[in-house]
Design a binder for this molecule. Structure first.
Ligand SMILES: O=C(O)CCC(=O)C(=O)O
Length: 236
């Protein structure tokens, strides 16, 4: 196994599409992304959809569609979900899009099939997942917009017909009994853990990311907790 924090970016299977996985560990030396997993509105949406707080970060990735690219087949982000047909229905998680560019009709905005998450089906139920769907709608908004949707919703990127790259960040939370896309406990670099342990908010981030799932992180050999004198410790 590679040392913590050195897993490569997943650059996807989409040709020139820029897709960076494992953002938290790869471009987070300054802690820029530390607050993303604990955004209150995102967590509230996850609690609402999943029906409780027993979930953790599934993935934190970017996707950038350059001009002429970005088209995908319709898909869900999770397998078939018979729980959707129960009363009350059960769902596995949420995904979200933070628009770093405006999402317009022309620039490869995500298409979504409203209500699909209630069917329990995946794209396997479609004759042609690449074809337009009669019920698809575009996810449109100015840069800075966040859209939250079920991991069982049918959706896909579309071709970017503008002259500029369309970029976004996807943050996904999934029920805790499902594996994470990246095992954050294994992937976290010692310096990341040390930074997070210094503040209450950082500890909350660790909990939401599942870094404390198997045992107390303070027990892991390479967790650096006492790396500065007490006099420098933050006052909470
Ligand atoms: O970039 C988009 O608009 C959607 C991306 C997506 O659904 C995916 O990569 O699974």
């Amino acid at each position: 196994m590679e040392p913590p924090g050195t897993e490569p970016f997943s650059v996807g299977h989409e040709g020139e599409i820029l897709r960076l996985g494992n953002l938290f560990n790869k471009v987070n030396d300054d802690g820029f992304f530390d607050a993303v997993p604990v955004q209150p509105k995102l967590l509230a949406a996850a609690v609402h959809v999943i029906g409780g707080s027993d979930f953790r970060l599934f993935s934190l990735n970017t996707r950038g569609s350059p001009p002429g690219l970005g088209e995908q087949a319709l898909h869900t982000d999770h397998g078939p979900n018979p729980g959707a047909l129960e009363t009350p229905p059960r769902y596995s998680g949420i995904n979200s899009v933070l628009m770093l560019s405006p999402f317009t009709e022309q620039n490869g905005s995500t298409r979504m099939v409203s209500g699909w998450h209630r069917t329990g089906d995946t794209q396997e139920a479609l004759a042609d997942p690449s074809a337009p769907h009669p019920d698809e709608q575009r996810m449109l908004g100015p840069a800075g917009t966040v859209v939250v949707f079920s991991v069982h919703l049918l959706h896909s990127g579309t071709r970017n017909d503008s002259e500029h790259t369309r970029s976004c960040i996807h943050t996904s939370f999934m029920r805790r009994d499902r594996p994470q896309q990246v095992n954050q406990r294994e992937a976290a670099a010692p310096q990341t853990i040390a930074r997070l342990l210094r503040t209450a908010k950082g500890r909350a981030t660790m909990a939401v990311m599942g870094m404390q799932d198997e045992d107390d992180p303070c027990l892991r050999d390479d967790y650096v907790i006492n790396d500065r004198p007490d006099s420098e410790a933050p006052r909470l």
